[in-house]
Design a protein around this ligand. Sequence first.
Ligand code: PHE
Length: 461
Amino acid sequence: MNNTENRLSHSPREKFSGKLGYLMATAGSAVGLGNIWRFPYLVAKYGGGIFILVYFLLIVVFGYALVVTETALGRSTGKSPIGAFGTHSNKRWTKAGAWINAIVPAIIVPYYCAIGGWVVKYLIEYLKGNASLLATDAYFGSFISNALTSELCFFVFALATFLVVIFGVKKGIESGSKIMMPLLILLAVIIAIYSVTRPGAIEGVKYMFIPNFKNFSTMTLVAALGQMFYSMSLAMGILITYGSYLDKDVDIEKSSIQLGAFDTGIALLAGLMIIPAVFAFSGGSAEALNSGPSLMFITIPKVFESMGFANIIGAVFFIMVLFAALTSSISLMETCVATLADQFKWSRIKCCIMVFVFILVVGSASVLGYGPWEFVTIFGMQVLDFFDFLSNSLLMPIAALFTCLFITRIVGLDKIENEVCLSSQFRLKKLYRISIKYIAPVFLAIILISSIASVLGIISM
Ligand code: PHE
């Protein structure tokens, strides 16, 4: 797993150092802000227990099948997305589909860096000893409306990602995150136990785990699907690329299940840190539950403040979150760089600089859109929310739908199955077949239509 540069420039194609290397690399990409920041606010906003139930069902029915498909496609062709699809077909619709897979990370990475900037800011403030200030309700709003500070923090995070990708010092970050990830889990468990045992918090636990069908809306489904793609780094060719570095003797079925379980476990843990606290500290009001992307940044400081030693806990927590976010943003940026380098045969440095400039321009708009440019809306959404919606609720379902059709129509399910069976008993083969052939395409189509309808205001979000 430590041969990132080679891995992404494709020559020579090196393999992961066995199963653990593959799992660490995919987990590093999968576990990030999606689990810690995004999952809890979606659970809060889109119905609590019912959202989690839908999310689980989606993982079992599609998520698993898509992880297996992308990994097997990558391993059988030995190429990254555009090349992998191109190996099997040169038709126009397949080219377009491959490009959609490749474009998704480019839409995500700018606003991912914007959120990464928020993490940087909170870390700095905890290091400065400002825990009580961070725990006040107005803090997040005043930080984000200050264009200079928020842009600066965004720049620091984007620059860190850029430097790691361009100098290929990913090794250091990865070995760092080998220590950080287990520590983050340990700390998250402690914080979650603390949160859950606060007076009033049990209402939050109930909200999270008891599905209330009254809370179900189309957006529950749309948001849960988008989150599944996002959190497991699906529908954007990342797992195809990682699969292409995988040895033939690694059990794809087992490692896919492990990836899903690990990723979901961390998301649930983050949910348990945050949602019960929303009930304990803000009474679980609709306004608090609906706070969206700012939820973690408003709630977590209150938990720390009440725990004591807030500055130390806060600093440690945000350092770990920073590592988790960096391993993900690096994998996003690298995918963009690899696609450009592969397709246009430009030098790696040129591609890195182009992607970095792109991140700065588009990411800045997301940062400002949460502050001074609050009045700018696209289809009623703030800039950051718009990019998030565009990637997760529109392009990823299209990319996933394309992958399903591509596998059944062009590659043939047998080929993928044979690839998986090289090293796995493939016990869930039947479920896999039904999912890719029928369930996934039908559901994806329904979800796509609903999200387009909701943007156009035909159904309510
Ligand atoms: N899965 C990452 C997260 O949960 C985000 C990500 C998406 C990373 C796509 C890489 C690619 O934060």
